[in-house]
Design a protein around this ligand. Structure first.
Ligand code: ZN
Ligand code: ZN
Length: 589
């Protein structure tokens, strides 16, 4: 009887291992989270060959007695979930009752632990205890996992290339260090330090170990609160972007989580500041009453849902967007004629960062970060003590003197800091876009009746579809009458329609309504405003006179975001005097 239970236990460990132990990163995760549970303030992760030969996690936590050490190899023994009440408190990390026995079943597993007085060592092979003895006491626990998956070749074959596996571990360690800035983490691979934090409890310091100096310098802090949620964090200026959403990190009540709606809310905060397919680097911390977290989501997958999710998302979008509106965002052309926006140069970024970090003497880098942290703290405290309303860093566009038009497309300006170039189409497009968007979104849209109705020829199917969307049109100030099965008469249009363009605008709206039955009115308005502003703005290769230029610059300066067109491309770029001088070798770089 006993043997049968033993067998099935081993088997179920192996099965559980398939679920819990996916790769080296998942082992690191389990071990590190155990260390956190043991109240460690210092956690060291040492890898050999990205963890394939060895994963060793050493902490200075409370440690375990011999009895507790043995207990941790029983399934469910380490689970912290004792009542359903615990499930609501996502702050606690323990969901991992199966982790230790599962990992031990697919590795050579060594555990050394001490509560301070005596130390013990256990060694497991295929999940069975092989050696047990006393060990020099050092408060805390060390777990070494060697030759992972040596007895499950199928799993072993599934692992990715060494550097890919290492990047998964790195990503996890980045995130756990951000969720626990009070813990000092060290990550090494083959004795080389890859990542290190000091446990200073400062997010910016942790971020400075993940991102380059250039990015850290261009991070802005944000903070907001309502009756349910407190959100805070750091976000990069739009010119520092990535091609994937992976650089958006969410921490909820001290835990890294995933939630697509929240990530979309962050991206929405950057709406029109970034080209399509580009994403910001954001660290977002959300604090809330644990009761507002939906517990029906599997915690292992880190997916979390919120009650009041819409409220949370709109708070995030609004906070980030308002913060961006306070910034001056003119990208600079650097000496080597590389636009700092990284719009096109994103792929070069990683290489640049590595070089940049190397070129900075380590001490200088640390000093610089210290300086930066102090400065941010200072400016944050000033901002907090002042009113909540966003304060402009400076006037949005500087005072500029017009020099001339280049290639019939770019307007050249100067001031004492250097040369500025404005893309006339992009600038005009931004101005119109904001106008259209505001007018179309206005709840009290004014419309007027056309003297002569405009007849639009459609198909019988389209006419039927439009009938269903009658209210969408009404919201936008357009009304029409169904003439016969294949045509409609437009009888009134909103006052913001440009005279002579009524039919074109309406057709455009109809196109969006017909194409996107399931999109919101807001989305229709946004893409319509983009498309109309592009069509009706001054094109490249067109001369514009001084009056038009004055008008354009005045209107651009009044935009909420004068720095990019609605598609996220820059409207204005700068070549600074010092960079010009460097190019002409007047000064040494
Ligand atoms: Zn355009
Ligand atoms: Zn555009």
């Amino acid at each position: 009887m006993g043997k049968i239970i033993q067998l099935s236990e081993n088997l179920s460990n192996l099965i559980a291992a398939g679920e819990v132990v996916e790769n080296m990163a998942s082992v690191v995760k389990e071990l590190v989270e155990n260390s956190i549970d043991a109240n460690s303030t210092s956690i060291k992760i040492d890898l050999l060959e990205a963890g394939l030969n060895e994963i060793k996690v050493t902490d200075n936590g409370s440690g375990m007695s011999l009895e507790d050490m043995k207990m941790s190899f029983q399934r469910h023994a380490t689970s912290k979930i004792k009542t359903s009440h615990d499930l609501y408190h996502i702050g606690t990390l323990g969901f991992r009752g199966e982790a230790i026995p599962s990992i031990a079943s697919v590795s050579h597993f060594e555990m050394i632990s001490s509560e301070g007085e005596t130390g013990n060592r256990l060694f497991f092979l295929k999940g069975e205890l092989k050696e047990s003895g006393s060990f020099a006491p050092r408060k805390g626990t060390t777990i070494a996992v060697r030759y992972l998956f040596y007895n499950t070749p199928a799993r072993l074959k599934h692992l990715k290339a060494t550097n890919t596996e290492l990047s998964y571990i790195m990503d996890y360690v980045n995130k756990i260090a951000l969720s626990h800035p009070e813990i000092a983490f060290v990550l090494t691979n083959n004795q080389r330090v890859l990542f290190q934090t000091t446990g200073s409890n400062d997010y910016l310091r942790v971020l400075s170990n993940i991102y380059s100096l250039d990015i850290i310098k261009n991070m802005i802090s944000f903070e907001a609160k309502n009756q349910y949620f407190a959100v805070s964090g750091y976000a990069t200026k739009p010119m520092f972007n990535r091609s994937s959403r992976n650089s958006i990190t969410l921490i909820v009540n001290g835990r890294v989580i995933k939630n697509n709606k929240v990530i979309n809310a962050v991206i929405d905060g950057y709406k029109n500041y970034l080209p399509i397919g580009k994403y910001p680097i954001v660290f977002l911390k959300i604090d809330l009453d644990p009761l507002l977290i939906d517990v029906n989501i599997h915690p292992q997958k880190l997916e979390v849902k919120f009650t009041e999710e819409r409220n949370l998302c709109s708070l995030i979008t609004k906070t980030i967007n308002e913060k961006l509106q306070t910034l001056s965002l003119i990208p600079q052309i650097k000496e080597e004629l590389k636009v700092e926006t990284t719009y096109k140069y994103d792929t070069l970024k990683l290489k640049d960062e590595a070089e940049e970090k190397q070129s900075l003497v380590k001490e200088d880098f640390v000093n610089y970060i210290n300086h930066l942290v102090e400065k941010k703290k200072h400016s944050d405290s000033i901002q907090n003590s002042e009113s909540k309303k966003p304060v402009l860093e400076e006037k949005k566009l500087p005072e500029l003197e017009y020099i001339g038009q280049l290639l019939g497309t770019y307007l050249l300006f100067q001031n004492e800091t250097g040369l500025f170039m404005i893309d006339q189409h992009a600038a005009a497009e931004r101005i119109r876009y904001e106008r259209y968007f505001a007018k179309m979104s206005d709840v009290k849209i004014e419309s007027y009746d056309l003297l002569l109705p405009i007849t639009l020829n459609l198909s019988n199917k389209e006419v039927l579809q439009l009938q269903d969307s009658f209210d969408v049109f009404q919201k936008m100030g357009i009304s029409f009458e169904i003439n016969e099965v294949k045509t409609i008469d437009i009888v009134s249009v909103p006052t913001w329609f440009v005279e002579g363009y009524e039919a074109i605008y309406t057709e455009e709206i109809i196109k969006y309504v017909l194409e996107g039955q399931d999109v919101s009115v807001g989305e229709i308005i946004d893409s319509l405003a983009k498309s109309l502003s592009c069509k009706h703005s001054i094109k490249a290769n067109k001369f514009i006179n001084q009056n038009e230029i004055t008008r354009l610059m005045k209107d651009l300066d009044q935009c909420v975001n004068p720095y990019t067109c609605p598609h996220g491309r820059p409207t204005i770029i700068q070549l600074s005097q010092s960079d010009i001088e460097k190019m002409f070798k007047r000064i040494m770089s």
